[in-house]
Design a protein around this ligand. Structure first.
Ligand code: NAP
Ligand code: MN
Length: 272
């Protein structure tokens, strides 16, 4: 982008009063600095709320992710997708006024749900995709790069991105991955392990280009959660997972907090 072009900015805020307050003040400040405020075809999308709000912003502008850069403002603690705190609105406006188009990019997950009637539904996830059988124990074959790896029995399976590794994946006992590692992580949700049923038990980190396939064994209803959205399907043939060819871009901010600081801030707190 040329320096003379005016940046088109879209704002999205969660409903809570603090986010709405930040929205109002940011709106005024961006107007003063002559930014173009529009939800249509933006260059920059600013999400105000938590990480969950940024997930919504990502899905709203999913089709434009080649072009769009995101910025997250957290109206609370520091988040994983949110570089700015609510009291740093002025700093954000100043940084955007000096914007050079610089960005940092992270991998996202491509999910293909193949139904028995031949339909293929392609989705993208920023955090993870989790499949669960609704009525009973899920039985599914897991293939990693063509290898019939294991027959899973349990509640479900989550496949997460590096930036999603600190979300549901972490609660499942998965490892925290630095977002510059281009890999996907498979984590089990309550697997049955005994003399008859066997899974690896630990989470598995799969490199870029490797393909994960999950093949549910029963014609039944399954839920597939993609980040903060939930879908239900009958008769799934298989689900394919790979790192997407596209990445999500964020406005590179001079105040970008290091990943390890975020992890510490979120999960550890102060060390004496
Ligand atoms: P939510 O139920 O409101 O949020 C779940 C929590 O996860 C919130 O504290 C959220 O932070 C945090 N979070 C979201 N993305 C994260 C990330 N990449 N790293 C660390 N923490 C993250 O739902 P939501 O806000 O719409 O977020 C949906 C996500 O929730 C799903 O993608 C899944 O990863 C996660 N989730 C976790 C569990 C679990 O741990 N048992 C269960 C279901 C879903 P904010 O408060 O900043 O929004
Ligand atoms: Mn949330």
């Amino acid at each position: 982008m040329k320096n003379t072009d005016r940046l088109k900015v879209a704002l999205m805020a969660s409903r809570n009063p603090k986010s709405q307050e930040v929205l109002q003040s940011l709106w005024m400040k961006l107007k003063e600095k002559k930014f173009i405020l529009t939800p249509k075809n933006p260059d920059v999308v600013i999400s105000i709320g938590g990480d969950g709000m940024l997930l919504s912003a990502f899905h709203k502008y999913e089709k434009l992710i080649d072009h769009v850069r995101f910025v997250g403002i957290h109206t609370g603690h520091l988040g994983f997708y949110t570089d700015y705190r609510d009291f740093e609105v002025d700093k954000l406006v100043d940084n955007l006024a000096l914007d050079t188009g610089a960005r940092v990019s992270y991998p996202i997950l491509n999910v293909k749900v193949k139904l028995m009637d031949g339909r293929v539904l392609t989705m993208r996830a920023l955090n993870e995709a989790t499949v669960k059988r609704l009525s009973k124990t899920m039985v599914a074959d897991v293939f990693i790069n063509g290898v019939a790896f294991e027959r899973f029995r349990g509640d479900g399976i989550s496949v997460s991105t590096p930036t999603g590794s600190t979300a549901y994946n972490k609660s499942l006992g998965g490892a925290v991955l630095h977002p510059t590692i281009e890999a996907l992580q498979i984590a089990e949700v309550a697997s049955l392990n005994n003399r008859v049923y066997r899974t690896l038990g630990s989470s598995i980190v799969v490199p870029k280009k490797d393909k994960i396939v999950i093949e549910p064994k029963h014609d039944d209803r399954y839920s597939i959660s993609i980040d903060n959205k939930n879908y239900t399907y009958d008769k799934i043939q298989q689900i394919d997972y790979q790192i997407d060819q596209k990445k999500i871009h964020f406005v590179a901010s001079p105040s970008h907090t290091s990943f390890w600081n975020r992890v510490k801030d979120a999960f550890i707190g102060e060390v004496e």
